[in-house]
Design a protein around this ligand. Structure first.
Ligand SMILES: Cc1cc2nc3c(=O)[nH]c(=O)nc-3n(C[C@H](O)[C@H](O)[C@H](O)COP(=O)(O)O)c2cc1C
Length: 382
């Protein structure tokens, strides 16, 4: 299996499977002198942990993290940070449920390409590396990125904006912060959240699952992050978010609405705020030429319904090469929304930090007149 590392200068490598011994993350690019604690990383992991409400998989993983390298007496040394989380809920009864369907292609799951790539060696237990459990490592790595970004005044937050067709009202950053994680779904429109949660209760009774949309906002990102061609910040963020299982669509700023607008409506007009350049609107979601423009980044991700459902489905037994039926009985999230938003926060943090490391490195060699950097200082520092 290839491609288990994200980033170019700030790099996060993950390993571990759904029903393996543990999930392990190596973070390369930690500066020295930071007081990273287990509690700090744990707070991020606790947002993603299953079994917190009736919407989540009842799998009882405690997701307790240990920092096993890169620290001396509570302070980072600059060496790689190693983060270890053991899988503790791997009961035989659940392993046997997966064993019973191990030769079947489960609709909506990753099995078919896994069989083609890894044959009879493909990990059949709980989707292996394609499982939502793989994202533990991303969240752990993202917590390290969060600590470094805090020093730079960069804040990333995500919330649920749509569930099974029910939409929340658009909100400003401050409102989202005020209502963050106030309900099981982390929908900051508190009235709509109740409607969404009641609807998901009905979906669960039908043995079914539902999809939705999350939004991610980054504040304090300076202008000029990302490179103009293949390494656009927009492209790196897209790679990070689309690399998460169950993501099916991506919008930046006005996204697909853009297709129905005129240029005169869409273009964000620049204006002078003292010595700083600002934009009156943010239809572009904070990206121009794929690089940050100093306004807040606004990104939306479509999330598909959880593929495991309790409704009978057509399948194929790949060992016998015969059509078969699948009646799923394994544990699952009714909606992936409240599990995935912390993962999206982590990926955006890693992408922004990686771009920041690149920009700072390149800046050193450019040695431009400071006027240009001052002009691009972020909005919340202005
Ligand atoms: C945080 C998270 C939790 C997930 N939980 C479940 C789950 O409980 N049951 C399930 O069938 N799929 C779950 N998934 C989705 C599958 O991992 C994913 O849909 C599957 O591997 C197929 O990949 P694809 O959706 O990218 O095509 C979860 C994904 C994430 C990111």
């Amino acid at each position: 299996m290839l491609g288990n590392t994200f980033g170019r200068l700030f790099r996060v490598t993950t390993c571990g499977e759904s029903y393996g011994e543990a999930l392990f993350t190596i973070v390369d690019g930690m500066p020295p002198g930071l007081k990273l604690t287990k509690e700090y990383v744990q707070a991020e992991l606790d947002k993603r942990r299953p079994g917190q409400s009736k919407l989540d998989s009842p799998r009882l993983e405690t997701d307790q993290v240990e920092i096993v390298s890169g620290m001396r007496e509570g302070v980072s040394t600059g060496a790689p940070i190693g983060l270890l989380v053991y899988n503790v809920d791997r009961q035989d009864i659940h392993v046997d449920q997966y064993r019973q369907v191990k030769d079947l292609i489960r609709p909506g799951h990753a099995e078919y390409p896994f069989f083609v790539k890894y044959g009879e060696h493909a990990d059949w237990c709980g989707a292996g590396r394609a499982s939502g459990r793989e994202t533990v490592g991303r969240v752990a790595g993202g917590a390290v990125a969060k600590m470094i970004l805090e020093r730079e005044g960069i804040d990333v937050i995500s919330h649920i904006v749509e569930s099974h067709g029910i939409k929340a009202c658009p909100m400003e950053f401050e409102q989202i912060v005020a209502n963050y994680r106030k309900n099981d779904l982390n929908c900051c429109d508190l009235e709509k959240a109740e409607e969404m949660i009641a609807d998901l209760g009905k979906v669960r009774e039908e043995g079914d699952t539902a999809g939705g949309v999350i939004e991610i906002i980054a504040q304090g990102v300076p202008a000029g992050l990302g490179e103009p061609v293949f390494d656009k910040l927009k492209a790196t963020i897209a790679s990070g978010l689309m690399g998460i299982g169950a993501t099916t669509g991506l919008e930046f700023g006005r996204g697909f609405d853009t297709a129905r607008m005129k240029g005169s409506e869409w273009n964000d007009a620049p204006y002078l705020d003292g010595e700083h350049v600002r934009f009156r609107t943010n239809n572009c979601g904070g990206f121009l030429g794929g690089m940050s423009n100093g306004e807040e980044l606004r990104i939306r991700v479509a999330v598909k319904p959880t593929p495991t459902i309790s409704v009978d489905q057509d399948s194929i037994n790949v060992m016998e090469m015969k059509e078969a039926k699948l009646s799923a009985i394994t544990r699952r999230d009714i909606t992936i929304l409240p599990r995935i938003y912390p993962v999206a926060e982590a990926m955006v943090r890693m992408a922004v930090l990686d771009a920041l490391y690149m920009a700072k490195g390149y800046d050193y060699f450019c040695r431009l007149d400071p006027k240009w950097k001052k002009m691009g200082e972020p909005r919340n520092k202005a």
